[in-house]
Ligand binder design. Structure first.
Ligand SMILES: [Zn+2]
Ligand SMILES: [Zn+2]
Length: 362
């Protein structure tokens, strides 16, 4: 028996507390910890951009020109008269600020942790070019000229036919699994707008043509191997939807343990948004946000996606916003329920040594 305020008891209390307590202010995630995937150097497209961390206006870092080409590719920097240099100049600072605004990041104008992590994340190959975002009433955006499918008439519901390339597919997922993934992805958009999607076996005549391509495949937007750019699609009424054949596409993370696995359904749902006329949004939770981490499933349309696509096509008469809100609320309630359970657990763990000391004292 030792008294409550005795040295061993107090030491035991503090030792136990520090061992089990959750930090109130978790350490800031080091750059890329959540997104850096250690893959072979030859296919880690943007993984070495971490060397630009903390660079700001006036910095001169060897290889910065490569980062400027990235910003040019995604619509943030015009092509200069000569090649890009390695100086962090005023124009590049403006590009970084615009990038941070478009990606919903803290606007610092510097290559801080959040910005470098976002740059290194695998993403869609479509540009974020703000000039394409003519219609930014909320966060969603459209392509230049706000194109949408008219398909010869304004009959509703409009029917768009989609087909898979007979030559450009992947062989490690079965055709029926790929078809089921796209069926589900199309049905999510179908449920909110008066547009029906039906599969056809006639690839040439299909409105939407889907295929997996490798490297330079003839449309001026070459793919880049594992991670980096995952896919791209063209605005209405072009209908091309291309996926990078070099990715490790998966339909089930339980059976596919690859650390660079990319969820096919998440990317399919995003690219169909482009096919319909949506550009990239600033809302991180939305389907139309430009990046997606490996081993992440993100397939549910958010309010931002729905409002954007309905402003182009109108609403499916059977769709109710309340159902979207209900699913959101049930998710929040579930999360809060979990939080409460964890709070109780930590309270018990915190109180345990105190009660033990009191018991030993008595
Ligand atoms: Zn995209
Ligand atoms: Zn392409």
């Amino acid at each position: 028996m030792f008294p409550f305020f005795s040295y061993p008891c107090i030491m035991f209390f503090f030792f136990f507390f520090f061992c089990v307590s959750r930090p109130c202010f978790p350490a800031r995630t080091p750059p890329g910890l959540s997104t850096v995937i250690n893959v072979d150097a030859h296919n880690s497209t943007w993984q070495d951009f971490v060397r630009f961390l903390h660079a700001g206006k006036g910095s001169h870092v060897s290889g910065m020109s490569e980062l400027k080409r990235y910003f040019n590719r995604f619509g943030y920097l015009p092509i200069p008269g000569t090649d890009f240099n390695d100086v962090f100049d005023t124009q590049f600072e403006s590009a970084v600020v615009l990038y941070q605004k478009n990606l919903g990041l803290p606007v610092t104008g510097k290559l801080d942790t959040d910005t470098i992590s976002a740059i290194m994340s695998p993403r869609c190959g479509m540009s974020d070019d703000a000039s394409h975002a003519l219609h930014r009433t909320r966060h969603f955006a459209y392509f230049n000229g706000k194109p949408r499918w008219l398909h010869g008439s304004r009959k509703t519901p409009m029917t768009l036919k989609y087909a898979f390339s007979p030559y450009h597919m992947i062989d490690y997922l079965s055709p029926s699994d790929i078809r089921a993934v796209f069926r589900r992805a199309f049905s999510r958009w179908e449920s909110v707008i008066p547009v029906n999607f039906t599969e056809t076996g006639n690839y040439q005549s299909a409105n939407i043509r889907i295929g997996f391509y490798r490297g330079d495949h003839g449309d001026g937007e070459p793919f880049d191997g594992v991670l980096g750019v995952l896919a791209h699609a063209f605005s209405p009424e072009n209908g091309r939807l291309h996926l990078d054949a070099a990715e490790t596409w998966t339909i089930n993370f339980k059976s596919d343990k690859s650390k660079v696995a990319i969820d096919l359904e998440s990317v399919a749902t995003h690219e169909i948004g482009h096919v319909l006329g949506l550009a990239h949004t600033r809302v991180k939770e939305a389907i139309m946000y430009p990046s997606l981490s490996p081993r992440t499933k993100k397939v549910d349309l958010k309010i931002d996606d729905v409002e954007g696509v309905q402003a182009l096509y109108g609403s499916n008469p059977n769709f109710k916003f309340s159902s979207l809100m209900a699913s959101k609320n049930s998710f929040n309630q579930a999360s809060h329920g979990l939080d409460r359970k964890f709070s109780m657990l930590w309270t018990i763990i915190f109180l345990a040594p105190t009660l033990l000391c009191l018991f030993l004292r008595s």
